[in-house]
Design a binder for this molecule. Structure first.
Ligand code: FES
Length: 352
């Protein structure tokens, strides 16, 4: 790969031929704002917030502009900051971007950029197109297109990451809007509820049902974990609110899943706080399950194992373990079966 040298804000940096200005700038710690750009999808070049000054007189979208040998880049000056503010105000004018009643308040790239550039909702009463609000048809996803900035990130995430092609654009210019399949409600479409479009959406246009009424974003606490559902080992960031309730699962880009999740990893955490969850051991007596203490339950299991082993041999017992347990617990289970019970009859749900 050929190396190239250029200057960003007066600092000499090195990049690789073919890289965009934005990629080299970010690799070298420069902060250029973006909205339609996302590293896990192909480049769109739609929002123009990433504009930079190139060689003094040209203003280019840095997310799509290949960096050239010897180029002199200015990431922001007064004119560029003013243009960015203008772009943001046009986006605000087009939709309904009231953070007060938006469930993504505090988790919105558009909001953060408006704060950064002092963008305000223009006083003039621009005619707005009423777009689709569909917050009930899908079990996992909410859609309020009046908060959409048509960046296309959801369209590309669905097409390029999940390869489901549910989202597309319809119409042109100010009449452009998103459609799921052929104008269907999201719940009636071919959406497989992976939630990648919500995770990648930079505004409140798409959100998870699970966040509604569970507190503001800035009160959430993040814990990174590994998905329990299969052997891939996807890395997930779980968010809990002040009451300790699980609110949402976001794919972590540092795992083998590179930030992507399937429907189970995304939404399969409700059992943790489910009211049907068994929280103490149960022993069946006279055909009915009764709650028991751990000591009682373990004594009972050990007594029955001994009786069965004596009557029918160790191979009449088997153990089936779960991906919901830790590696250490699974190791101990097979060790117990082999060394204590005396059988190799062990299996695991993730093998199937
Ligand atoms: Fe470059 Fe949108 S981030 S055009």
């Amino acid at each position: 790969m050929n190396k190239i040298q250029l200057t960003i804000d007066g600092v000499e940096v090195t990049g690789t031929q073919g890289q965009t200005i934005l990629e080299i700038a970010r690799d070298n710690g420069f902060d250029i704002p973006t909205l339609c750009y996302h590293p896990s999808i192909s480049k769109t070049g739609a929002c123009r917030l990433c504009i930079v000054r190139v060689n003094g007189n040209m203003i280019k979208a840095s997310c799509t502009e290949p960096a050239a040998e010897g180029a002199k880049i200015i990431t922001e000056d007064a004119e560029i900051a003013g243009l960015r503010k203008g772009i943001l105000e046009m986006l605000l004018a087009e939709g309904d971007h009231n953070c007060l009643y938006c469930e993504e308040n505090g988790n919105c790239e558009l909001q953060a950029l408006c704060y950064r550039y002092g963008a305000e909702n223009p006083a003039a009463d621009f005619p707005k197109n009423k777009r689709q609000i569909d917050v009930t048809s899908s079990k996992g996803l909410r859609r309020n297109e009046n908060r959409c900035v048509l960046c296309g990130r959801c369209v590309k995430a669905c097409a390029e990451i999940q390869v489901q092609n549910v989202w597309q654009f319809d119409g042109r210019g100010s009449h452009a809007c998103l459609t799921s399949d052929m104008f269907e409600k999201l719940g009636d479409s071919s959406c497989v509820q992976c939630g990648q479009c919500v995770q990648i959406c930079p505004t409140g246009a798409l959100s998870f049902q699970t966040v509604l009424g569970r507190g503001p974003e800035w009160e959430l606490k993040k814990e990174s974990s590994i998905c329990i559902y299969c052997g891939v080992g996807c890395k997930i960031d779980f968010y809990t609110n002040k009451q300790g309730q699980l609110v949402k699962a976001i794919g972590n880009p540092d795992g083998p899943n590179k930030g992507h999740l399937c429907v189970k990893g995304r939404f399969g955490f409700d059992f943790v706080q489910g009211d049907k969850r068994i929280t103490s051991p149960l022993i069946k007596r006279n055909g009915k399950f009764e709650e028991a203490s751990w000591d009682e339950a373990l004594d009972y299991v050990s007594k029955r194992f001994s009786e069965i082993k004596q009557a029918s041999g160790p191979d009449s017992i088997m153990a089936f373990s779960s991906a919901k347990c830790t590696n250490e617990e699974n190791y101990l289970m097979q060790k117990f079966m082999r060394a204590v019970v005396g059988t190799n009859n062990v299996d695991h749900c993730a093998r199937l």
